[in-house]
Design a protein around this ligand. Structure first.
Ligand SMILES: Cc1cc2nc3c(=O)[nH]c(=O)nc-3n(C[C@H](O)[C@H](O)[C@H](O)COP(=O)(O)OP(=O)(O)OC[C@H]3O[C@@H](n4cnc5c(N)ncnc54)[C@H](O)[C@@H]3O)c2cc1C
Length: 258
């Protein structure tokens, strides 16, 4: 059976984040994970004791915060990593390599982007990658969210606690750049936080929907979609737990025959 619905692949959303790298006054995990010897020792420690840096999340601290007064709810997710590394998103994701000096990362992503993109089949050949048009920063609200988040990082780095831990501002200084420069830097260096969803949105037919509230595909008998693609919009934080929650709910719906 064929069902034509241009909403399939539309509604794509994601979180787009950026890192600011700081030189630290204290040793960080760069000292442990920056060499093969250190990595080997950390690997052995993990295998033998299930402990050490490899037993930890790379983001040791984070938070959902309001980037400024007057906001009703948090609009920015913060990340803090006790090591610093650069990523290269051009075509592939190489191994992360800690910097050869003590350093750490402060990063953020806006929580509720309003831009939507598309993912479409690019060829009848299933081995060919799809065509992805994320359309990041496609709205003025999303641009404002980026500037607010970057300014917040700039204020955080100027707190006495963080000034005591850093050897000055980062190379790209969110406290010093103009809005245009901040945005240009964000466009150049930001990357996905790996939360793509929404390309089979749960919404009414004809209003951008692919599945109904019971996750049944509009216009097709006996077919449901149960994954992050049915989110009506990207969640305000990480997507894994909401996907598990969705799967739990879907199992109930399927068992109940609804
Ligand atoms: C690098 C990375 C880091 C992330 N970090 C976090 C994090 O820290 N916290 C968080 O909350 N979220 C994180 N996420 C996001 C989270 O993993 C996803 O939102 C979540 O896994 C989405 O679940 P899903 O079921 O929609 O898709 P997936 O988990 O991608 O599941 C799709 C499944 O379908 C299978 N599959 C694909 N094609 C076929 C086929 N043709 N036939 C059969 N099976 C097929 C795949 O093998 C896979 O098992 C991260 C994602 C990535 C990529």
């Amino acid at each position: 059976m064929l069902q034509h619905n241009t909403a399939v692949g539309g509604g794509l959303q994601d979180h787009l984040g950026i890192n600011y790298l700081y030189r630290a006054t204290e040793p960080t995990l760069n000292g442990t994970l920056g060499s093969w010897r250190g990595r080997l020792a950390a690997g052995l420690r993990f295998v033998l004791q299930r402990a050490g840096p490899l037993s930890l999340s790379v983001n040791q601290m984070g938070g959902l915060v309001r980037s400024g007064p007057g906001l009703e709810r948090p609009d920015t997710q913060l990340y803090f990593s006790p090591l610093s590394y650069s990523t290269d998103y051009v075509g592939r994701r190489p191994l992360l390599k800690p910097d050869p000096w003590p350093g750490f990362i402060l990063g953020f992503n806006p929580c509720r982007p309003t831009s939507t993109g598309r993912i479409d089949i690019a060829s009848p050949d299933p081995t060919q990658p799809p065509r992805i048009q994320p359309n990041y920063l496609g709205t003025a609200a999303d641009v404002a969210g980026v500037l607010a988040g970057a300014r917040l990082i700039g204020r955080l780095q100027q707190t006495p606690a963080l000034r005591g831990l850093t050897l000055g501002p980062p190379a790209v200084d969110p406290a010093a750049l103009t809005d245009d420069a901040l945005l240009a830097d964000f466009r150049a260096r930001s990357g996905t936080v790996y939360h793509p969803c929404g390309s089979c949105r749960m919404a009414p037919e004809g209003q951008g929907g692919v599945v109904d509230a019971s996750l049944r595909v509009h216009g097709v008998q006996g077919l449901r979609v149960v994954d992050a693609s049915v989110f009506p919009n990207v969640t305000s934080a990480n997507t894994q737990a909401p996907t598990v929650m969705l799967a739990w709910r879907a199992a109930g719906l399927i068992f109940a025959g609804r």
